[in-house]
Each structure stands twice: as structure tokens, then as C-alpha cells.
Write a new protein. Sequence first.
Length: 107
Amino acid sequence: MKKKMTALLLSALVLPGLGQLYLGRKMAGGIIIILVNLVLIVALFVLLRALSPVIAAHIAGGTIAITPSEVMKGLDGGAGFGKAVLAAFFMVWTFSVIDILRFRSEQ
């Protein structure tokens, strides 16, 4: 039971999929880690795409400081897609935790 609890904490608090790797389930752990990385890459792409006009305007204007209100205004257009990416990450995380809780060890 201690090994299962360690795996649960690894997947829940460190990185989804890491607990599966700890339990020796390399395929499941690898797939979950790949999914998490894909979701994070999409999130980064969405963030940069939403903020690129704000950053470009400051570079063209010669100013460096970007105010929080400008950042929020730039992110308003991608709010729906950002929520979808966050929901996708939460679903992968939840699956990872539930998968460990349902896993029956052969020991």
C-alpha cells in the first residue's frame, strides 16, 4: 500500500503519469506524460498567440514595460480556448490519479 500511496502522490503533486512509471506501468505513464506535455505546449501557444499583438506593439513603439491591464486585454480573445486547455489538463490529471487508485498490484 505504501508504494501505491507514493505513486499517487507523484502523479497528483509532481507530474501526472509519474506515478504510473513508478509502479512499472511504462506504457500508461509514458502516454499520460506525453498528453500532459501536449496540453502544456498548446497552452503556451495559445498564450503567446494572444499576447503577440501586445508584445509587437511595445517592440515597435520602443517601450519595454507592459502593464497588467494590457496583458489582460490581450488575453480576452483567447479566454474560451484557454479554459478548454485548462479543462483538458484537469481531465488528464484526474485520469492519472483515478488510474492509480484503481490499479491492483500483482504483489
